[in-house]
Design a binder for this molecule. Structure first.
Ligand code: NAI
Length: 249
């Protein structure tokens, strides 16, 4: 395969957790990776780790809650590598807080990052893939919390439910162009985002729901995301792929 034909994947939230491990996984498999995140230091560290593996990657800073920033990310990725095959809309924040004591700044921020951020990513990548005639795949990180309620995470639930339905709706509209859209739903993954739940005793109850009793490793989620991205997964579109180690079973 020539360099120009090598797949290009944009991975948002690539500075940490699931996004970093997915960036490494795609790079290991020979894809060129655009590591995108608000956190520049973390994103550059992911790029360094990819270079250490002999892979190809660049960092582009993005605020996924800003549509212009997401549009610029997609354009810059295509300017850099000439194509776009995979868009992984994965950046997210915890957005904890019970409904009756909801901090409204956190509420709006959670919707802006987790919901609007994914919407902007679907729109920008979908338009670009269509324009370039690429039969690509857009993968969005939902959560088991997109359909299972838990106390204290009101706004987060709203956004993850939205990610699931946006994925289905976009899949329907993009199917005529050969573009797949898939939601992946992790359960309880050992990353910084859920460390905040420790105090609420929530982490222990989450761990108890994971088959085997240990939190899922972000690299395990990364491998499933990679599988979903392959052409062999062509029938997986408009789907919610559970990557939850049985959490929702
Ligand atoms: P993480 O905190 O390790 O990574 C999230 C990344 O998103 C960070 O690098 C952060 O800088 C970035 N980010 C946050 N706001 C941003 C913005 N406005 N623009 C650009 N980047 C931004 O957490 P983790 O666990 O890797 O989260 C990744 C995704 O997985 C999130 O969507 C999260 O909701 C989802 N998820 C995580 C689960 C878990 O148990 N860790 C379970 C289910 C879903």
């Amino acid at each position: 395969m020539t360099t120009a034909n090598k797949r290009v994947a944009i991975i948002t939230g690539g500075a940490s957790g699931i996004g970093r491990e997915t960036s490494l996984q795609f790079a290991r498999k020979g894809d060129r990776v655009v590591v995108a995140d608000f956190n520049e230091a973390g994103g550059q560290e992911t790029v360094r780790l990819i270079h250490e593996l002999g892979g190809e990657a660049v960092f582009i800073q993005v605020d996924v809650s800003n549509q212009q920033s997401v549009n610029a990310l997609v354009q810059q990725a295509v300017d850099t590598y000439g194509r776009l095959d995979v868009m992984f809309n994965n950046a997210g924040i915890g957005g904890a807080g019970p409904v009756l004591e909801q901090n409204m700044d956190l509420y709006h921020k959670t919707i802006a990052v987790n919901q609007h951020g994914v919407a902007y990513g679907i729109m920008a990548a979908g338009r670009k893939m269509k324009e370039l005639g690429i039969r690509g795949v857009i993968i969005n990180t939902a959560s088991v919390f997109g359909f299972l309620a838990s106390p204290g995470t009101f706004a987060y639930h709203a956004t993850k439910g939205a990610v699931i339905m946006m994925s289905k709706s976009a899949a329907l509209e993009l199917a005529p162009y050969g573009i797949r859209v898939v939601a992946v739903a992790p359960g309880a993954v050992d990353t910084p985002i859920i460390q905040g739940y420790k105090n609420a005793g929530m982490l222990d109850s989450m761990r108890a729901k994971v088959m085997g009793g240990e939190l899922t490793k972000p690299e395990t989620v990364a491998k499933s995301v990679y599988l979903v991205s392959l052409d062999e997964a062509e029938a997986i579109t408009g789907s919610v792929v559970m990557v939850d180690q049985g959490y929702a079973s």
